[in-house]
Design a protein around this ligand. Structure first.
Ligand code: SF4
Ligand code: SF4
Length: 492
């Protein structure tokens, strides 16, 4: 199959060999699970349980609120022991509302609804099952999957792309799930394709995962699914980049893949969809890579949502030496953290403990205008120019250069010989820009409300004046009539 060129991109050292040959193992049942209400893009879920309630594995414990939200289920059986704040992998770094569940050690499932022939379901029923199971994009975006299916069904999908890129260094969880659960993933892909009536289905996998490619090709035999090996390059696994490489189409600036008839889902999401629909199992666990030079035994673990990261590190043999940096996700786009009590959430693909030698900690020096960052940017932006605008607090100037299209891949920072943390500038500026826009929207909404109120008061005043004028005219007409009658009477 013809592949198209990816603009920019970099080749960071993969380091996948640390964990790629480690079979997925289940982490032993933790004593306590900390399940945040916000693990997805959109509104946090609302608890439907109280402290002291006994719950079964897979039981709904918090329900989705509004159109963009996702439900949350009990990862095991036990007792709800707290509804309150707990440290979480949240960008704010602040504790977030969390349900704490104490395991009873029995890991007993509640009622699960098995569907014998899932492909016979109507497309909207597939989306409904996916919504009920609380499935979100497991590649890291955590967008509610059912909403993505419903939006795509409405707009017509030409090509469904299943993302098996996993281009972030160190991460091997998608590689392992494709090697070990390819049959289930293929069934999940067929269900997603059926739900959106996709005309073409492509599975894109980087060519540094030959075993995963072979497993997926074998599982896809006899179906219309095409498994495609893509060149290994970062950020091949980003949504817009995988679309560009596999279809040659570009998602318009500020647009969505659906605008060009494409839908992208992650391969692990396909597995979750299959488990939800065939076996009635909601999303209560995921595969997590535990790796980095500071970890004694890097591995891939199946982990219940809500498990403290400390338990993953201990199960992996603990530290070989003190970690210089802890990261959730991959080293390029992941989130640094320090408190190992943070729980695994639906979007946690990796827990990395990196040594000082694995992270560039060189001091930043002034830009030498070499334009290496421009060549590396997969979106075609001008990182050095955007950073110059941000340095002078000119966010509008940075936005005019395409700041909002920056996917925060970090390729520019990675190649910068002056070690300028460009992506940090962009993340900070995007946060500021979003806050400014929110404040502008709020001001506009307030002005609209004030205008509407003034208009309403003016209308009431106008109606009052008109009514008074009418009454006065009626009074005057009556008086004139009476005067005329009196005059007539006198004349007679
Ligand atoms: S790569 Fe770094 S030094 Fe070179 S132009 Fe970009 S910001 Fe400047
Ligand atoms: S972080 Fe943004 S500006 Fe830098 S290379 Fe990635 S997309 Fe381009």
């Amino acid at each position: 199959m013809k592949l198209f060129d990816l603009k920019g991109g970099v080749h960071p050292e993969g380091k996948k060999d640390l964990s790629a040959e480690r079979h997925i193992r289940a982490l032993p049942l933790p004593k306590k699970l900390y399940v945040p209400l916000q693990q997805h893009i959109g509104a946090p879920a609302t608890p439907v349980v109280n402290v002291g309630d006994k719950v079964l594995k897979g039981q709904l414990i918090a329900s989705a609120q509004g159109a963009v939200s996702s439900s949350i289920h009990a990862p095991t059986s036990g007792t709800i022991v707290a509804l309150g704040d707990h440290v979480a992998p949240h960008p704010s770094g602040l504790p977030v509302p969390t349900i704490t569940l104490e395991s009873d050690g029995e890991d007993r499932w509640g009622m699960t609804k098995v569907v014998d022939d899932p492909l016979a379901l109507a497309p909207e029923d597939i989306a409904a099952h996916v919504a009920a199971a609380g499935i979100v994009g497991l590649g890291g975006a955590t967008f509610p999957s059912a909403l993505k299916l419903n939006l795509s069904r409405g707009s017509g999908v030409q090509t469904l792309i299943m993302n098996g890129g996993e281009c972030e260094p160190y991460l091997t969880c998608d590689d392992r799930i494709m090697r070990e659960r390819a049959v289930e993933i293929v069934e999940g892909i067929r269900l997603i394709a059926h739900a959106v009536a996709a005309k073409e289905v492509l599975v894109g996998i980087e060519d540094n995962k030959p075993e995963a490619i072979a497993a997926m090709q074998e599982a896809a035999q006899g179906t219309a699914i095409k498994v495609v090996a893509m060149p290994s390059m970062y950020p091949m696994g980003s949504e817009k980049q995988i679309i560009q490489v596999l279809t040659g189409k570009e998602v318009p600036a500020g647009g969505r893949p659906a605008d060009i008839g494409v839908l992208v889902h992650n391969v692990a999401t396909a597995f979750a969809v299959q488990q939800a629909i065939r076996y009635g199992k909601p999303l209560i666990s995921r595969i997590v890579t535990v790796s980095g030079g500071a970890i004694l035994q890097p591995c891939n673990l199946e982990v219940l949502i809500g498990t403290p990261v400390q338990e993953l590190i201990e199960f992996s043999g603990g530290y070989r030496q003190p970690a210089a940096r802890l990261v959730l996700g991959g080293p390029m786009m992941g989130q640094q953290f320090t408190n190992t009590n943070v729980p695994v959430v639906k979007g946690t693909s990796g827990v990395l403990a990196l040594m000082a030698s694995e992270i560039g900690q060189a001091e930043a020096s002034p830009c030498i205008r070499c334009s290496t960052c421009v060549r590396a940017c997969p979106v075609g932006l001008l990182p050095l120019e955007m950073a110059a605008h941000i340095r002078t607090a000119d966010l509008a100037g940075a936005a005019a250069l395409g700041l909002k299209d920056c996917i925060a891949c970090g390729s520019c920072s990675y190649v910068c010989p002056a070690h300028i943390p460009l992506v940090h500038f962009f993340n900070y500026a995007k946060g500021d820009l979003a806050a400014q826009e929110r404040s502008k929207l709020k001001q506009e909404a307030t002005k609209k409300l004030a205008d509407a109120r003034n208009e309403r008061l003016a209308r009431i005043e106008r109606e009052r004046a008109e009514a008074a004028a009418k009454r006065k005219a009626a009074r005057e007409a009556k008086a004139a009539k009476e005067a005329a009658a009196k005059a007539a009477e006198e004349a007679a």
